[in-house]
Design a protein around this ligand. Structure first.
Ligand SMILES: Nc1ncnc2c1ncn2[C@@H]1O[C@H](COP(=O)(O)OP(=O)(O)OP(=O)(O)O)[C@@H](O)[C@H]1O
Length: 217
């Protein structure tokens, strides 16, 4: 379980805190969501949680133990919006191996299997994959790292309806063994997948009501 407590992030160049006082809890097996309009601070929240940006105040606990930003970078796997734009490997195998030089072909293949890309060759060029396959590959990169906390920024953005459903199913599957947080401006897409949610507004969170059946507003 990851506890985020009293998070504050106010960059010097911002007129007001992007995150004023944010607390949330992520539990393994219980995927969660933060909704918010464009510019509300969703991506920033993920960057601060995973240690890419330094909070001005706040504590982070994993299973009750305090975490430094360095430890959070290991623990968390952040998948940016449109992750396929950031692929660096010339092949699927290379993409999985970035930062994981000792990765064996067996482990790479097992991870691809886990994300539903079991039939894919490690020699395949990432840019030749379909949109849904590319999203799966981006998740596989985090599984290779064994990230215990998955932080997903608009994971279904730009996908058509059927592919989106497949990616949502994969997210639900991956969340069974990991803590997982999605941020999105379209929370209704995640109904049936996420169990808890908040809306980020003016740097604070308030619980989203009717997460299972209602409007998710
Ligand atoms: N280091 C920084 N310095 C100044 N302003 C910042 C900094 N980091 C974030 N911000 C501001 O915080 C706000 C929130 O940005 P962020 O990208 O997190 O929003 P978002 O909710 O993810 O938006 P979108 O849905 O459009 O991606 C923006 O106005 C951004 O300019």
């Amino acid at each position: 379980m990851l506890d985020v407590i009293g998070l504050r992030y106010h960059p010097a160049t911002a007129p007001a805190p992007v995150l004023a006082d944010v607390s949330l809890q992520l539990t393994v097996g219980s995927p969660a969501l933060v909704a918010g309009r464009s510019g509300s601070g969703k991506t920033t929240l993920l960057e601060v949680i995973c240690g890419l940006a330094e909070a001005d105040a706040g504590r982070f606990l994993w299973q009750g133990e305090a975490l430094s930003s360095r430890q959070r970078r290991w623990l968390c796997g952040l998948v940016f919006q449109f992750p396929e734009r950031h692929f660096l490997g010339l092949t699927v195998g290379q993409e999985l191996k970035l930062g994981q030089r000792r990765l064996t072909a067996e482990k790479a293949e097992a991870v691809l299997e886990q994300v539903g890309l079991g039939n894919l060759s490690l020699q395949q060029a990432p840019e030749r994959l379909s949109g849904g396959q590319q999203r799966r590959l981006a998740l596989a990169v985090q599984l290779v790292r064994d990230a215990r906390v998955l932080l997903l920024d608009e994971p279904t953005a730009g996908l058509d309806w059927t592919v989106r459903e497949e990616v949502l199913q994969l997210i639900a599957d991956l969340a069974k063994e990991r803590a997982l947080l999605v941020v999105t401006h379209e929370p209704e897409l995640f109904r049936g997948v996420v169990e808890r949610g908040w809306r980020l507004e003016q740097g604070t969170l308030r619980p989203l009501e009717a997460i299972h059946s209602g409007s998710l507003r």
